[in-house]
Design a protein around this ligand. Structure first.
Ligand code: GTP
Ligand code: MG
Length: 377
């Protein structure tokens, strides 16, 4: 069974009144996979949230219109934005300061390139990459100096990217889709909240899919971000099939002509084959519901994880075909070198970096600005 209810978020909603099961013969989730059945949504179950904005006194408390529970218009604006300089301060004071100490001063007798190598490894650049960088930096004989040579070699590792990137629908008139994946606790749900706020502030309409049906509190957490960002959330009961939730969200987005669907997923260890298979299935469900959708699959990596992040990214890439990386908690590490390691290893661009827990603390990743901030004196 598959239900919709009247929109309470002020978004244009085709068929808003059509509360109830889909008409027989309509393209329902059953068409996705023969053995796949969506969980029935139960409106009496408080865990089932279709549309995140509360009505009544709760709405007033949340700053919404108490009569309708609809979100204020215009959409929320991100008033303060995190700073890249502050976000990389620890790394700048950590492995980059050490590089500066080794390479920046007088080079009488030449620097200890072995120490440079070790410093790069300590900064999470990775052993083989550190060796390559040192070899190439030495060979440059850079007139600007050895520190500039290492800086240039690091910058060259970052993959070229389309600077004007933004989520785009593959097919005109369809929603753009973002699937957010990663291991436990890396910052997926927080990143979704930040992304939703960013895109709402840019004028897009957004639906969040509560695809983490594993953790009981996950839907509640996403719901808070949905309220804050003025977005609708589609959720099922705990334990439901995440594929069903995502299917339902895509369905709602098509019906309401929403611009963007961002799907949360439960954190999972990249070594758990069955959980990775589940994620691959969610990816396939997107393709089946919106053929040719080419969703953005963003891998959320905790910057404090270290080199294990590479193994994680590879496994998630195999399962879902990653299109981008979000590097969170950059503010919490002195080892920001993982950015170079991951781009060099996978050729997948970092799209955003998280530099704090607040809504504005997600910055589009600009390679030049990033390297400049790391090496700023
Ligand atoms: N300092 C800092 N903390 C962050 C950042 N991004 C997320 N966090 C924090 O990381 C913690 C985990 O964030 P969640 O968004 O719940 O992580 P998750 O990946 O959804 O977790 P699971 O759903 O349990 O797998 C929270 O305390 C966030 O506030 C960031 O960029 N910087
Ligand atoms: Mg989460």
């Amino acid at each position: 069974m598959f239900w919709r209810r009247k929109s309470n978020d002020g978004l244009p909603a085709e068929g808003d009144e059509a509360v109830g099961p889909l008409e027989p013969g309509s393209p329902g989730p059953e068409s996705v996979e023969p053995d796949w059945q969506p969980e029935p949504a139960d409106f009496d179950d408080p865990a089932v949230v279709l549309g995140s904005a509360p009505a009544g006194p709760d709405a007033a408390a949340a700053g919404l219109d108490p009569a309708s529970g609809s979100m204020p218009d215009p959409p929320p604006v991100i008033t303060s934005s995190g700073s890249l300089e502050a976000g990389v301060a620890r790394s700048r004071g950590g492995f980059v300061a050490r590089l500066r100490g080794l390479l920046g001063g007088s080079t009488t007798g030449g620097p200890s390139w072995e120490d440079v190598e070790e410093t790069l490894i300590g900064g999470d650049v990775g052993a083989s990459l550190a060796i390559e960088i040192v070899e190439r930096a030495r060979a440059r004989h850079d007139p600007a100096g050895n520190l500039a040579a290492v800086q240039a070699e690091l910058a060259a590792l970052l993959v070229p990217r389309d600077e004007a990137w933004r989520p785009r629908p593959a097919v005109a008139g369809q929603p753009a889709v973002m699937l957010i994946v990663g291991v436990n606790g890396t910052g997926k749900t927080t990143t979704i909240g930040k992304l939703a706020s960013r895109f709402r502030a840019e004028g897009l309409t957004v639906i969040l899919a509560a695809g983490d049906t594993f953790r009981a509190a996950a839907t509640e957490q996403l719901g808070i971000w949905a309220s804050r960002s003025g977005t609708t959330m589609i959720a099922h009961a705990p334990g439901a099939d995440p594929g069903a939730v995502v299917y339902d969200a895509l369905d709602a987005a098509v019906a309401r002509r929403v611009d963007l669907v961002i799907a949360d997923t439960a954190g999972r260890l990249h070594t758990k084959v069955n959980l990775m298979d589940e994620l691959a299935k969610v990816r396939r469900i997107i393709d089946k519901r919106l053929p040719g959708a080419r969703p953005d699959v963003l891998f959320v990596l905790d910057a404090t994880t270290g080199q294990n992040g590479l193994a994680q990214a590879r496994a998630f890439n195999d399962a879902t075909g990653l299109t981008g990386i979000v590097l969170t908690k950059l503010d919490s590490t002195a080892k920001g070198g993982i950015v170079f390691a991951i781009e060099a290893a996978l050729g997948i661009p970092v799209r955003f970096v998280g530099v704090g827990e607040q809504v504005g603390d997600l910055l589009p990743f600009d390679p030049d600005a990033f390297v400049a901030a790391l090496f700023a004196e």
